[in-house]
Design a protein around this ligand. Structure first.
Ligand code: LLP
Length: 384
């Protein structure tokens, strides 16, 4: 929550900047941890969602592992103190350098996405005298009913190994002596709010894992990835994701074999709501039919609206004037640099401080310097 005291401090800081509500992050993690412990599940935080030092430090203190998608993420996870034996590493395009670095770091699992990748990991493991632990990322052909750019589990998506490749994969694994097969990995998409998608995923997991078990392969681990969505429309009403309902759906629908371990890779649901992009109103431009509120935060600071047509709730923190309609836009020289059309906002004036909510996940970490703009800094509620 952004307090009145916070807003007083915001007035004194150069905008735009990210503000993280550390209390909310901790509350979210308390609830998340309670739920996974209840069922004996394991979690690896998807650090692609937010890799700020402080955020990583807090998440690590809750005992979560890390889910990485690049060599540099693996490096950062290790540097930040995540135990290598809790690091998983996915990605369709792992480079030679990245594979070798992850082998040397001794990570828990390479989540492999293709047959050629499996062979390359086997070769490098042999050269380094190591045994690489691998899981197979499976493409279960499920439509996650989310934005097409963040849908990853349909057969036309680039991710994972499809069932028609299973015979070849099983043959390759027999030949690869430097690999240890750990189990199966699934991640069907992100910002999934329809929990029936996870129900369906559990059913597919059962169908697919049977194939491997029937061939005598020991599926010791099932990793269900991330994907649980958050409420971008009413963040103040729903600051914490539906963890209880989510895990109850998984628990009811996933058939777990004796000794099998279940893993998750939450990203967005852990960090989205604790982050806000704080901006100033630079100008209010009055057109013939509409008013533009022009902010000093742009798509380079938070690209989600421009890239995925995502909605971020906008609040004028310093005005209690009558609500009016605005097209809220950023300063970047692109028409897609737009926070929302016809947004109801307390009457805006130059200098007002505005919050773009639910910006903790895939916000700062995707920021760029387009137009040679400065990268927004981060401030934390417990250090203000
Ligand atoms: N595991 C894997 C293999 C993933 O690819 C992802 C996200 C996650 C876990 C974490 O998913 P989450 O719990 O955060 O949904 N930039 C986009 C989201 C991209 C998600 C990429 N993969 C956005 O801003 O919506």
């Amino acid at each position: 929550m952004i307090t009145k005291e916070n807003v007083e401090v915001f007035k004194t800081i150069e905008t735009p900047f990210y503000f993280y509500d550390v209390e909310l992050l901790k509350q979210t993690l308390d609830i998340y941890k309670f739920q996974i412990d209840k069922y004996g599940y394991n979690a690896h935080y998807a650090m692609k969602a937010n890799a700020n030092d402080r955020i990583l430090e807090i998440i690590k203190s809750y005992g979560l592992g890390a889910d990485c998608v690049s060599g540099n993420e693996v490096k950062l996870a290790v540097k930040s103190g995540f135990a290598p034996e809790k690091i998983v590493y996915a990605g369709v395009g792992k480079s030679d350098k990245e594979i070798k670095a992850a082998l040397n770091a001794g990570i828990f699992s390479f989540n492999c996405e293709s047959i050629p990748e499996i062979k390359v990991i086997n070769d490098f493991a042999g050269q380094l005298g190591k045994k690489a632990k691998i899981s197979l990322r499976i493409n279960p052909d499920i439509d996650a009913h989310t934005h097409k750019y963040i849908s990853t589990g349909r057969k036309e998506d680039k991710f994972g190994i499809s069932p028609w490749m299973f015979n070849d994969v099983a043959d390759i694994l027999i030949e690869c002596h430097n690999l240890e097969f750990l189990g199966l990995h699934f991640h069907v998409g992100s910002q999934i709010t329809d929990l029936s998608v996870f129900e369906l995923t559990c059913r597919r997991v059962e169908e697919l894992q049977k194939w491997f078990i029937e061939r005598g392969m020991n599926v010791r681990n099932i990793n269900l990835g991330g994907g649980l969505g958050v409420d971008y429309n009413e963040p103040n009403e729903h600051p914490i994701a539906q963890f209880e309902e989510y895990f109850s759906v998984i628990n009811k629908n996933l058939i777990v074999r004796p000794g099998q371990k279940i893993h998750f890779e939450p990203g967005r649901a852990i960090v989205a709501q604790c982050g806000h992009l704080i901006s100033r109103v630079l100008y209010v431009k009055v057109g013939q039919k509409k008013k533009f509120a022009i902010l000093d935060a742009g798509m380079n600071d938070l690209i989600r609206p421009a890239l995925y047509q995502a909605h971020h709730d906008i609040e004028n923190l310093t005005s209690d004037g009558r609500k009016m309609r605005y097209d809220v836009v950023g300063p970047v020289c692109e028409s897609s640099d737009r926070w929302g059309n016809n947004i109801m906002l307390n009457k805006a004036e130059r200098g007002d401080i505005v919050a773009l909510h639910t910006a903790g996940a895939y916000g700062q970490v995707m920021a760029m310097k387009y137009n040679q703009r400065d990268l927004a800094k981060a401030y934390y509620s417990d250090q203000m």
